[in-house]
Design a protein around this ligand. Structure first.
Ligand code: GAL
Length: 384
């Protein structure tokens, strides 16, 4: 009797000592996070008023209904620490708690940004030696998401310290008892996809910063992210960086290509434009439900390239209902119609095909599909 109690006691102790951080972090962000982030357009011009305006827009323009949830403040919100070392907002963010309450009142979630180093990339106060205190502060304010950007951490740590440094903040966030999405930003160094989930990350950047131009989108989407699909899945995602849809001089076709590629990559979808001032074409690209469904598919498989010929790239993403998303991309100028064989896509001899940007059923096709793909554009299909 004593013996079996002892065994039970030991079993309980062993269970308690197992590190469940990976399992816990996987409970949030079951599909790639969707929201908005201030950096791509506003950079250090971000303010409380700008952020509130984005929350107002997201809550009322159809984005929230389409699944966008996070309103994320990036760099440049930080002020000084008080006598106890608590971080405070700067003059552009006079009351962080009130801001978060406002975002929550719109039925949205709130995100914040810091660095494991002494300073952020823009030179503001980082979390170095204040990790636990900052995590508590973010939770007290009510934040639901933290982007943690390496920046000046390189002056106090070695690259090989990264997993432990990120795990430290992940543990601190978990200790708050709040569900906080943890976004790793260290530009893909040290093959972060191989350790990001174990360090508690729900997403990790795979590359340097995106820019609001077509070549940057091609480089990040087709380049660094290709081939990383086995590291992505529910709760932990490769992040080719935030969206530039609606920024710079991207054309309508380039915006669609960008959105389609990110959806095929099961990428986090953080709009980076001014949601309060965008034209209907940009909004329609951001809120196409059938395209978002590819990104948000519950299976959580990142798509992969199956065919490439000159400027034409064909990608497939298996979906939870057994159908497949197929992206036929034209990275170059005007082309003749493209024919893709079903065997290349590993779909059967016949397939029901739907075009997700035109919203048209193309019917039951046999053996192949032929489509005209515009310059810098895409034909995005769902095949069953
Ligand atoms: C970069 C980061 C950007 C943005 C910026 C802020 O390192 O990749 O996404 O957060 O810092 O200073």
């Amino acid at each position: 009797m004593m013996g079996s109690r002892l065994v039970l006691l030991i079993a309980v102790l062993v269970l308690l000592s197992i590190d469940y951080s990976f399992a816990q972090s996987a409970e949030i962000a079951r599909t790639p996070p969707m929201g908005w982030n201030s950096w791509n357009l506003f950079a250090c011009k971000v303010s409380d008023a700008v952020v509130r305006a984005q929350a107002d827009a997201m809550a009322s323009n159809g984005m929230k209904d389409a699944g966008y949830a996070y309103i994320n403040v990036d760099d440049c919100w930080q002020g000084t620490r008080d006598a106890q070392g608590n971080i405070r907002g700067n003059e552009k963010f006079p009351d962080m708690k009130a801001l978060v309450d406002y975002i929550h009142s719109k039925g949205l979630k709130a995100g914040i940004y810091s660095s494991p180093g002494p300073k952020t990339c823009a030179g503001y106060e980082g979390s170095y030696q204040h990790e636990g205190q900052d995590a508590q502060q973010y939770a007290k304010w009510g934040f639901d998401y933290l982007k943690y950007d390496w920046c000046s951490a390189e002056t106090v740590y070695k690259n090989s310290d990264m997993p432990a440094v990120y795990k430290k903040m992940s543990d601190a966030l978990r200790a708050t008892g709040r569900s906080i999405v943890f976004s790793l930003c260290q530009y893909g160094l040290t093959s972060v996809w191989t350790w990001g989930a174990q360090a508690g990350g729900n997403l990790w950047r795979t590359s340097d910063d995106i820019q609001p131009n077509y070549n940057s989108i091609l480089a990040l989407g087709f380049g660094q992210n290709a081939g990383l699909e086995r590291f992505a899945g529910p709760g932990h995602w490769n992040d080719p960086d935030m969206l530039e849809v609606g920024n710079g001089k991207l054309t309508a076709d380039e915006n669609k290509l960008h959105m389609s590629l990110w959806a095929m990559l099961a990428a986090p979808l953080l709009a980076g434009n001014d949601l309060a001032h965008m034209n209907p074409e940009v909004l329609s690209v951001l809120t196409n439900r059938e395209v978002l469904a590819i990104d948000q598919d519950p299976l959580g498989e990142q798509g992969h390239r199956v065919w490439q010929d000159g400027p034409i790239d064909v990608w497939v993403k298996p979906l939870g209902d057994g159908s497949k998303a197929v992206g036929i991309f034209n990275k170059g100028g005007p082309q003749d119609p493209v024919t893709v064989q079903f065997r290349t896509l590993a779909v059967g001899k016949f397939a029901e095909v739907r075009d997700l940007w035109t919203g048209k059923d193309l019917g039951r096709l046999e053996n192949s599909i032929t489509t005209e793909v515009p310059a810098h554009g895409v034909t995005l299909l769902r095949m069953r």
